[in-house]
Structures are given as structure tokens and as C-alpha cells.
Design a protein around this ligand. Structure first.
Ligand SMILES: Nc1ncnc2c1ncn2[C@@H]1O[C@H](COP(=O)(O)OP(=O)(O)OP(=O)(O)O)[C@@H](O)[C@H]1O
Length: 359
């Protein structure tokens, strides 16, 4: 598995377009060998363009692509030694599951015993062992996509595995277990994976590193935990997490902040000159309390939504909307008006949409 570098890579589908209009603005990234990366962002943000530049399907207007330090920018896909998994399964219908998994290895002229051991290991990881002798023809779309995933991951000699929304066709019920399987198999086989998805939950559950994109730019890269705990911008805070992070506008002056006229202390200070100050807090960290104390605020309940083992309380706080995600067993407050606490350490300051740096 290789380290993939993109060095000042940018792309415009329209010749001579202004750089601000490019589908991908020049950026520099390193995908370390053996790690799984997710590219996530809304439709049209440039994820597929970046993936296609890595696969060689798109030649970038600007910059270089390096695989283990070797410049592959001008190489076609077939000469890049990559595996690809697409939205829709690509299987050989006339072959058995075993033959489908073995095929890429036979093409590389691996010896029989190595092929057999590898196919069985991948089949085991994907729960396909009991179907190895079945013809691929009769399988469901889910199982066919499982084979595509297996074929993508079966070779340990590829530079990288590029996956473009591979769970799109998968039954929603099965997605959960498949996400887990992808995670397990990538942890075991340690390929370099670039995984494109518009689903933040999928990105966070599969990848070790997530790259959030917007308008052709990578706006934040980090581990799922970093993106959850400290989004660099309100955009990332809204995009990552379910429900999205809360952002409430606060009054700010002489180094202190207030919310609805009550003092609000945040995790660190906001410089005096900052403008457009907001407090960001994940719904998971908002607490229902019974007694007034630091950072507690009166709120009015507007609605309650079930969220699996939790409930999301939608409240109004000083004329603004806020969500609290609380354990189901805690119940719903008995009155419409109650108190919420925004724990200081979890309340992050943002100014003009960006996380204020800790001084
Ligand atoms: N072949 C093309 N010709 C012209 N413009 C294109 C082409 N492919 C993509 N674009 C444009 O480039 C921008 C980025 O598209 P891209 O497909 O990379 O985004 P994406 O994040 O993968 O979106 P999606 O999730 O919808 O696939 C979009 O504005 C899109 O319209």
C-alpha cells in the first residue's frame, strides 16, 4: 500500500475559468499508507473530482499526483495499480463468488495457494464463506456489492483502494453491518483507502481520517473525534453530527459574553475585537438541570423527537433554537419551561463562522 500525495492539485472542467470557479481549488494533501480516509461533503463539492484525479480518470488542470513519491499525474488508470469500488456492483455474473474474488489475483499471476488463502480470508471477513461456490448471477444487489468490496480489498499489492459511495445500493437495514465490516476489514488488511460519501455518519463510522469539503476546498481534516469535538467552522459543525451542532448568537463586549442577558462562559476567551460571536455546543453535551447555576438558562420546550436510545429536545433559548440530546431513560421534563446547562468546557467560541483559536 502506498502513500498518496496530491501536490497543489486543482481542476476546472471549463477551460480558462477563474480559479474561484474551479471544481477543485488547488490543494495539498497526504493520504498516509494503510489508513482509511473519507471525503465527505454536499453534492457538487468536488469529492468525485478529487477521487477521479487519484484514479487517473481526470487529469488535473494543475498540480501533481504522487504515489510513494513517484509522479503518476500523466499515467492512465490501468497503470496506477489501484483498486476501485463503485456505487453499483461490478461482478462477473458467470463466475462463482470464489472466482470473482480470485480473478484480480489470477490476473496478477499470484500462485494458487496464496490466492486461496487470501480469498478465504476476505470471504471470512465479509461473511461470504458459505456462498463461495454459488454463482454470482443469483445473488442480491447487496451480496454483489459485498463481492465488489471484497475484490477491491483482496489485493494487498495495490497502491490504494478508491471507493465512490459504495453503500448507495445497499439495503438501509444492512448498511450498519456493512459499515462495521468495512471498518474491520480495513483495520485487518490496512489498505490505503479513499472513501467518498455524502453521508457524514458513514464517513465518521468507517474512516480513521475525515476530510470535509465545501465548494472545491478541503475545509477541515481530522479524526472523527476531532471533527466532532472541535469543528473548525460552523459549516463543519452543521455538517458533522446528528442533530447538527448548536450555534447561538451571543452578546459580546469587554471580554465577557452574555446570552439572553445572562453570563455565558465558554471554553476559552473571545478577543475583544471579534465580531459575529456565536457559542457552539453539541446537543449531546447540553444538560437538563433542576437548579440554576453557572451557564444555566431558562428554556421553553418546542418539540421532542425520538433518536434511537436518545431523545432530542427542541427548545427556545433567548429567542433562538437549541437542541439537547438526552438519554431516553432521563424522561422528558415535566413542564414546558425548564433549565438547561451549557457546560463551559463543551461550549466553544466562534467568530464570523470560524472557531476562535485558543490563545
Ligand atoms: N464532467 C464534468 N463536466 C463539467 N463539470 C463537471 C463534471 N463533473 C463534475 N462537474 C462539476 O464539478 C463540480 C464538482 O463535482 P463533483 O462531481 O466532483 O462533486 P461531488 O462532491 O462528487 O458531487 P456528487 O456527490 O453530487 O457526486 C460540480 O459543480 C459539478 O457540476
Amino acid at each position: 500500500m502506498a502513500q498518496l500525495d496530491i501536490v497543489d492539485v486543482g481542476h476546472s472542467y471549463v477551460p480558462a475559468a477563474d480559479q474561484e470557479e474551479w471544481a477543485l481549488k488547488p490543494l495539498r494533501l497526504t493520504f498516509e499508507a494503510g489508513r482509511t480516509y473519507a471525503l465527505v461533503g454536499p453534492s457538487g463539492c468536488g469529492k468525485t473530482t478529487l477521487l477521479n484525479i487519484l484514479s487517473g480518470l481526470v487529469r488535473p488542470s494543475h498540480g501533481r499526483v504522487l504515489f510513494d513519491g513517484v509522479d503518476v499525474t500523466g499515467r492512465p488508470t490501468r497503470d496506477r495499480n489501484i483498486a476501485q469500488v463503485f456505487q453499483f456492483p461490478v461482478v462477473y455474473r458467470s463466475m462463482t463468488v470464489y472466482q470473482n474474488l480470485a480473478f484480480p489475483l489470477e490476473c496478477r499471476r499470484w500462485d494458487r495457494s496464496r490466492i486461496d488463502a487470501t480469498v478465504r480470508r476476505v470471504a471470512e471477513a465479509l461473511d461470504l464463506t458459505d456462498r463461495l461456490r454459488q454463482p454470482a448471477r443469483g445473488l442480491t444487489a447487496d451480496d454483489k456489492q459485498l463481492i465488489s468490496l471484497g475484490r477491491g480489498l483482496v489485493r494487498d499489492d495495490v497502491a490504494g483502494v478508491l471507493m465512490d459511495e459504495p453503500l448507495t445500493v445497499i439495503d438501509p437495514q444492512l448498511k450498519h453491518s456493512l459499515r462495521r465490516k468495512i471498518r474491520e476489514i480495513t483495520e485487518e488488511f490496512r489498505p490505503t483507502v479513499i472513501y467518498v460519501t455524502h453521508d457524514q455518519y458513514e464517513a465518521m463510522s468507517i474512516a480513521q481520517e475525515v476530510l470535509v469539503m465545501k465548494d472545491g476546498r478541503a475545509v477541515q481534516q481530522g479524526t472523527p473525534e476531532q471533527l466532532f469535538e472541535a469543528p473548525a467552522s460552523t459549516y463543519v459543525g452543521y455538517f458533522i453530527g446528528s442533530p447538527a451542532m448548536n450555534f447561538v448568537t451571543v452578546e459580546h463586549g469587554r471580554g465577557a459574553c452574555t446570552l439572553g442577558g445572562r453570563p455565558l462562559a465558554m471554553a476559552w476567551d473571545v478577543p475583544g475585537h471579534a465580531e459575529g460571536v456565536q457559542a457552539g455546543i453539541r446537543p449531546e453535551y447540553v444538560k437538563v438541570v433542576t437548579e440554576a447555576g453557572p451557564n444555566t438558562f431558562p428554556v421553553r420546550l418546542r418539540g421532542v423527537r425520538d433518536h434511537g436510545p436518545q431523545r432530542v429536545l427542541d427548545v427556545e433559548l433567548a429567542g433562538q433554537s437549541l437542541k439537547a440530546k438526552v438519554p431516553r431513560e432521563d424522561g422528558i421534563p415535566g413542564t414546558r419551561d425548564f433549565l438547561l446547562q451549557l457546560p463551559r468546557a463543551r461550549t466553544l467560541p466562534y467568530a464570523d463562522g470560524r472557531l476562535v483559536l485558543r490563545s
